[in-house]
Design a protein around this ligand. Structure first.
Ligand SMILES: NC(=O)c1ccc[n+]([C@@H]2O[C@H](COP(=O)([O-])OP(=O)(O)OC[C@H]3O[C@@H](n4cnc5c(N)ncnc54)[C@H](OP(=O)(O)O)[C@@H]3O)[C@@H](O)[C@H]2O)c1
Length: 277
């Protein structure tokens, strides 16, 4: 399990691990995720890592190549910029954020970024990541928001298989076919929005779902713990996000119970292909 800093900006959150928790606490060692150019937090994450004094190998840093950066040269430059921003020699996991180019606001209708985008460009983007991995600058490489057909395209042309596919996945959107495909292809599925996504405004259709709440009450656990346990028992990698050290701790404390087959199937039955993000 990772504790991400996604959308956490310098000064607005627990980016400084020294503020978040004590260095000898387990969750401290996993407080690292997504120093991401588009969220503008790479420098702050880099500073926090340096300040922590922790051995580099005890921290896992993930970043992403944004969808405006598709293409060999752009993707390579984006990764090198991430390394520079973080002040690190290598990044543990670099993901291609989206299979497609950027559309929509602030672009005009019909406009794409990059403007020269073609679906074949995905292969060039990937080649840039493969080369940087060979150079030792990226330890692991993967993708995000890739559907089965995107993965099939990549698997046909790649030298190195994507190690991870990070996708929205929770009981309301279980993506069973994609999970099965990834499993058979040897790609680890990393679930985001396990708790419903968003910025903790207090309402999440998952955390407040009657089935989740009733399981939580019957097991004397928090709704978030039920959702994370469901995902972990399905063999998924989870990356719940919180600005609260107490909730980070709660999210890590799911090792002392299991969900029965019946309890798992109650959650499985909620799947309606509903995206929340
Ligand atoms: N690849 C993509 O396109 C993509 C898209 C979105 C997210 N992500 C990744 O997914 C990671 C997780 O973020 P997410 O957006 O998916 O959100 P999430 O983990 O589903 O969490 C949503 C909100 O739940 C609240 N929360 C956390 N623990 C809780 C608990 N124990 N009880 C009650 N509320 C709790 C948090 O608010 P508080 O801060 O107030 O605790 C958090 O803002 C991100 O860091 C990012 O790396 C990836």
């Amino acid at each position: 399990m990772r504790l991400p800093t996604h959308r956490h900006r310098a000064g607005a959150c627990l980016l400084d691990p020294a503020q978040a928790c004590q260095p000898n606490e387990t969750y401290f060692h996993f407080l690292s995720k997504a120093g991401l150019q588009i969220y503008g937090n790479e420098k702050a994450v880099g500073r926090a890592i340096a300040k922590s004094g922790l051995p580099r190998e005890s921290i896992l840093v993930t970043s992403k190549v944004g969808r405006t950066k598709h293409g060999y040269d752009r993707a390579r430059a984006s990764c090198l910029q991430s390394l520079k921003g973080l002040g690190l020699e290598y990044i543990d996991l670099m993901l291609v954020h989206w299979p497609g180019a950027k559309t929509g606001w602030p672009l005009r209708r019909g406009e794409l970024s990059p403007a020269d985008w073609t679906p074949a460009m995905r292969e060039e983007t990937w080649r840039a990541l493969e080369d940087l991995r060979a150079e030792g600058k990226l330890r692991n490489i993967g993708v995000s928001n890739y559907a089965r057909h995107h993965l099939e395209q990549l698997l046909r042309s790649c030298r190195i298989k994507p190690m991870v596919n990070q996708v929205e996945l929770h009981p309301l959107h279980a993506q069973t076919d994609l999970v099965e495909f990834c499993r058979s292809a040897g790609v680890l599925v990393q679930a985001f929005a396990s708790l419903g996504g968003g910025d903790g405004a207090g309402y999440s259709p998952l955390l407040t779902h009657p089935v989740v709440k009733s399981l939580a009450a019957s097991l004397a656990k928090a709704p978030a713990q039920i959702l994370l346990k469901w995902a972990v028992m399905k063999g998924l990698h989870v990356i719940p996000k919180s600005r609260s050290a107490a909730r980070m701790k709660e999210n890590l404390e799911i090792g002392d119970f299991i969900l029965t087959e019946v309890q798992m199937s109650l959650l499985d039955a909620l799947d309606m292909g509903r995206r929340l993000t």
